[in-house]
Ligand binder design. Structure first.
Ligand code: 13P
Length: 250
């Protein structure tokens, strides 16, 4: 039985003062939710703050990106071991904003995935198609290519220490959520595809849905058989809303 998991992706939002309020509220709220896995992926400069506020909380924290390199002359980059220094459990890799705005291709994303695991971080691998790709009927081919790059570099067993997030690009920040059936179709495809190589790994893999998830639609999404939780953008910046989403995964 897979345990549901809800992660917030703050993207480039927050300040010391705002985070203090948000994290305090989440800290209090999460304590009442019982056995559920939740995390927030915060901007790098606020990892220290997250660690200070959440160290005794069941809410975990992580980052939104990392370098594929372990160390060296890579100005402006952040390594997996640095993230571990600040108590991160998770790191997003291959978010569609990184792929589209910063030119990260699936090979680079797989290298980041590998670097994360080498430091015992759990990578949350984001996959998903654009609207044009969906309309061309190539959703499965696009998602396959994104998943296969990791299999090629790390082997399929690497998915036993990772989370996958299906985020259709057309549903991110648009208010346009994939219907539970549309999302389920792709989640089932992902699981079956990996199951063809490693049945147990696929059965245990948590596959999150992301894209305009809010408290009003999370319940319906999370009851689909292959949807194991959510990756939440905008709604994760509002404590009450995020806690409601976490509790609907309970
Ligand atoms: P929204 O929930 O704001 O649509 O963002 C989704 C997302 O990109 C999470 O990584």
């Amino acid at each position: 039985m897979r345990r549901k998991f809800v992660a917030g992706n703050w993207k480039m939002h927050g300040s010391l003062a705002e985070n203090q309020v948000l994290l305090d509220a989440l800290n209090r709220g999460i304590a009442n939710l019982g056995q559920i896995d939740c995390a927030v992926c915060v901007p790098y400069p606020y990892l220290f703050q997250a660690q200070n506020i959440l160290h005794d909380s069941s809410l975990s924290w992580g980052a939104q990106n990392l370098s594929q390199h372990a160390k060296g002359a890579f100005t402006g980059e952040i390594s997996a071991t640095m993230l571990k220094d600040f108590g991160c459990h998770y790191v997003l890799v291959g978010h569609s904003e990184r792929r589209s705005l910063y030119g990260e291709d699936s090979v680079l994303v797989a290298q980041k995935f590998k670097a994360a695991q080498a430091s015992n971080l759990i990578p949350i691998l984001c996959v998903g198609e654009t609207l044009a790709q969906r309309e061309q009927g190539v959703t499965e081919a696009v998602v396959s290519e994104q998943l296969d790059a990791v299999v090629l570099l790390c082997g399929v067993e690497a998915y036993s220490r990772a989370v996958v997030a299906y985020e259709p690009v057309w549903a991110i920040g648009t208010g346009k959520t994939a219907s539970p059936q549309q999302a389920q179709e792709v989640h089932q495809f992902i699981r079956r595809k990996l199951a063809a190589r490693a049945a147990t790994v696929a059965e245990q893999l948590r596959i999150l849905y992301g894209g305009s998830v809010k408290a009003a639609n999370s319940n319906e999404l999370f009851t689909m058989p292959d949807i194991d939780g959510g990756l939440i953008g905008g709604a994760s910046l509002d404590a009450e809303e995020f806690l409601k989403i976490c509790s609907s995964a309970h």
